[in-house]
Design a protein around this ligand. Sequence first.
Ligand code: BG6
Length: 465
Amino acid sequence: MSKLPKDFLWGASTSAYQVEGAWDTDGKGKSVQDVKTSFPQGVTDFKVASDHYNHFKEDVALMAEMGFKSYRFSISWTRILPNGVGEVNQKGIDFYNQLIDELLKYNIKPIVTIYHFDLPEILDNDGGWMNRKTIDAFEEFSRIIFENFGDRVEYFQTINEQNMMALVPAAILGVERAKTAKLKDIYQCNHHMFLASAKAYNLCHKIAPNAKIGPAPNITAIYPNSNKPEDFYAALNLSSLRNWFYLDLPVFGVYNKTAMNILKKIDAVFEIQPGDMDLLSNAKPDFIAFNYYTTATVKMPQDNEMVVGGDQQMGAKIPGFFEQVENNNLSKTQFGWEIDPYGFKNTLIEMYTRYNLPLLLTENGLGAYDELTPDGKVHDQYRIEFYQKHFKYMIEAVEEGVDLIGYNPWSAIDLVSTHEGIKKRYGFIYVDRTEDDLKECKRYRKDSFYWYKKVIETNGEDISN
Ligand code: BG6
């Protein structure tokens, strides 16, 4: 007997700018990702990506072949609203209608992220998330999404990894503003994102009463580096600032006190206008969507150097509060991220104990240099092993009472990494292109494709090779 619920949402994820391509097709406006120029040498931009815009029927058919019950994708803001607000691009609406209908044809439930890192350039030029007008623009964008797709989409999530964006200033502030911005500005943007999400929760409940909506942070257990009491204090601090700050507010309607204390000490307290807290405490999510890649380990810093930015999973440090360090008990991916399957269980249990809301995993996965063999195969046994280990602990967490409603790892299909190009592959489906040669973006089934199909067929009972 499977230990997972019978309607468990097995699937996988993508995001619009990393998979769709067609960056200026059919009336789409430009997002900050389309105009990005800060790619390291030899790393591709997002203009063609996996060309999913032109291959979506084939891609959905492959997802159906794997037996997907759900598919989590994001809506490109500028495909729907080329100018961020105002005139709606019907061709953009048509694309997502076709995608949603194609998924439903195979009984795959769409899980829609409203916003995944691709702010319209025009809004960015006008102050981005620093400007409260962006909250209204997000509300308008959300309304259009609920009105057009809310009849068929059961699960919405608001802003992907708001907490990771706050850890990487260029992501939340925009590249130019991040060069001179103060820490306070980061948390001002963050506050505005919370307000935008709160408006979306309320709108969703009004316009699409049968749908559910939740936040989508990247949550992870935080370990103290030793049993020194001060290292435990460091772990409490990073947990509060990175995790609970992002869930206490939507779920309990309050800003986490420990996180606020840190912000006070580093002069990052943001402005809260009259009425903001009313809105925030009266808008409620129905479930928690979250991404999990790895855990973090911290100690008390010994000096006064502050570290922000860099890679989302590594290296944060705030003097007097925490310093992220390597965990020698864990192995690493080819791209340096620690691998912690047991930590997945720890994360699930800790989060569920705190919030008692259904959880939906919307990213987890292994970025690797996959190789296409001359006979069209990709032998990614390392990815299968990564998942096998995570599933073991995920199932244990469910047996221990965690209400996990689905697992949608990153990514359904190969796509372009946030900053490491197409060579960092995550998919069950290989896309044949390189950083500089787009070829035909032909699709191939990896070994993990066949393995995941079996896992889904048995509802997680058979995770063996
Ligand atoms: C998550 C993001 O943070 O991690 C995705 O939501 C991203 O957009 C994924 O692609 C993996 O990160 P990276 O840097 O390897 O692409």
